[in-house]
Ligand binder design. Sequence first.
Ligand SMILES: CCCCCCCC(=O)SCCNC(=O)CCNC(=O)[C@H](O)C(C)(C)COP(=O)(O)OP(=O)(O)OC[C@H]1O[C@@H](n2cnc3c(N)ncnc32)[C@H](O)[C@@H]1OP(=O)(O)O
Length: 131
Amino acid sequence: MDVIDDGRCFICGKDNPIGLKAQFIIDPEQRRAETTVQIPEHFQGWQGITHGGIISALLDEICAQACMGSGMQVVTSELKLRYRAPVPTGSTIRVVGEVTGKRRRLVDAKGRAELDGQVVAEAEVVMFRLG
Ligand SMILES: CCCCCCCC(=O)SCCNC(=O)CCNC(=O)[C@H](O)C(C)(C)COP(=O)(O)OP(=O)(O)OC[C@H]1O[C@@H](n2cnc3c(N)ncnc32)[C@H](O)[C@@H]1OP(=O)(O)O
């Protein structure tokens, strides 16, 4: 399986006009990635509350970025999520991911989203290494 980054990812793509255009701080030694994003109003589910799928996508992406930042090309195989608190649209959240282990072609990672220092969602992710 080949994957291509053409800049149109709805989380990170610079060329996706309706995307979040997230930018990442990558620490390859710690196998860690971090981003801070403001959630636009049009990403709501319930009135005024960010859709859970958006939070999920951010946690998926940050874990993928932590893998890619440490030199591994991956796709997501499995994602387990815990939503701890609602995220109001318009708010700015910090999303952090890190690689926690490797098993043959599988890479384990975990991520968390924080609002004002409070963890609002956590994820455990299994990535599949390509190549
Ligand atoms: C520009 C930046 C973009 C960032 C993107 C963010 C990340 C994403 O959103 S990626 C997109 C979403 N993910 C996908 O589209 C992936 C879809 N899935 C697939 O393509 C395939 O299932 C894939 C590649 C994961 C595995 O494919 P395949 O070659 O069929 O392997 P498969 O036979 O299923 O598994 C190989 C081995 O790994 C094991 N395995 C795979 N996944 C898991 C898992 N989650 N847990 C345990 N074992 C697993 C299998 O059991 C198997 O083991 P064994 O060899 O012992 O039988």
